[in-house]
Design a protein. Structure first.
Length: 338
């Protein structure tokens, strides 16, 4: 009885022969980098399905000097804001054949630097970088190594480093204006210890709104804490213990706002009757809190999609050579907490 051999590997030449086209045409259909008529594309894809052809991704990667991997470096994977960024990024990169490698740094500058160096060593095709103190210095080495970089947040783009961001100054101002318009007069702000980055920009907008409304800025109402749920709870307890407690509290993100709700409950304060609470980001759980959280939406999934399109455009040369900055306008989402 003859021994049954292994199934012969189907190659691109087999597809070309069966479809009656050149190997180059099959390659163009697979890559999508060159126009091929709809009829020919349909014929080639039918043959690919019939033969069970699977492109050799390793060979393709070596030929194009790509790894089909994009890195996303974030400060806190437990913050639901960042998985929404990752989802948007993967929505764009997945159909293009790339995967997203996510690294969480706990907002530690040394860990951020180490992550960037590791991604350079891995030769990822692109790097999306987010940090509470996002700046160009953290990712300069990747850009110098020829890796396209997109910062999530930041004020200015520069050669080799694009920026996708919400308008955080405008968002902070918009949130404070909303609370002022609702009749609150003693508005506090829970933010992080950093003096740069998105949290600082949101405080800047808050202060601008107070100034434009003719309201005095009270330094004791800006509490700097760890940007976490526990940090939000601690900050809220400190604010409610003040001789003149605030009647509204604006938080630098929704996770901090969840902690502020915890702190208010522990103190016996009712939200919003005794104190209003407002967040920033509009993560999914914001609509499920008790009471549902009023917040500022900055469309994280759409930001992730924009990052993906920028990185793909850098890789295939379709994005203009100059540094790009894509800015998302914030919008207040009114619910019951304020």
């Amino acid at each position: 009885m003859a021994q049954q051999g292994r199934r012969r590997h189907v190659g691109i030449t087999d597809v070309a022969a069966r479809a009656g086209v050149s190997i180059t045409t099959v390659s163009h259909v697979l890559s999508g980098q060159r126009p091929v008529s709809a009829a020919t594309t349909a014929k080639v894809r039918t043959v690919i399905a019939e033969l069970g052809y699977e492109p050799n991704r390793l060979a393709r990667g070596l030929r194009l000097q790509r790894t089909d991997t994009v890195a996303l470096v974030i400060p806190d994977i437990t913050n639901p804001f960042y998985p929404q960024i990752a989802r948007g990024l993967q929505d764009v990169l997945g159909p293009a054949g790339s995967q997203v490698l996510v690294t969480s740094t706990d907002a530690d500058p040394a860990a951020e630097d180490a992550a960037v160096q590791q991604m350079i060593t891995r030769r990822v095709d692109g790097l999306a970088f987010a940090g509470y103190q996002t700046d160009h210095r953290r990712v300069a080495a990747a850009a110098e190594a020829g890796i396209p970089v997109v910062l999530l947040g930041g004020r200015t783009a520069r050669p080799g480093i694009d920026v996708v961001s919400s308008d955080d100054v405008a968002g902070g101002a918009m949130a404070a204006e909303y609370l002022l318009g609702r009749g609150y007069t003693r508005i506090a702000f829970i933010t992080g210890a950093e003096r740069v980055g998105a949290p600082a920009n949101r405080v800047q907008g808050y202060r601008r709104a107070l100034r434009e409304a003719g309201m005095a800025f009270t330094p004791s109402l800006v509490v700097r804490e760890q940007i976490s749920r526990d940090g939000g709870a601690r900050a809220m307890r400190r604010l409610l213990a003040l001789p003149q407690a605030p009647d509204a509290v604006l938080c630098t993100n929704d996770v901090v706002a969840l902690g502020a709700l915890d702190g208010a409950k522990a103190h016996g304060a009712r939200v919003p009757r005794d104190v209003a609470v407002m967040g920033f980001d509009d993560i999914e759980i914001a609509a499920l809190t008790t009471p549902p959280l009023t917040t500022v939406s900055i469309r994280p999934r759409e930001q992730g999609e924009a990052i993906g399109r920028l990185l793909l455009g850098r890789l295939d040369g379709t994005v203009p050579r100059g540094a790009q900055r894509i800015l998302f306008d914030p919008a207040v989402v009114r619910r019951e907490s304020g």
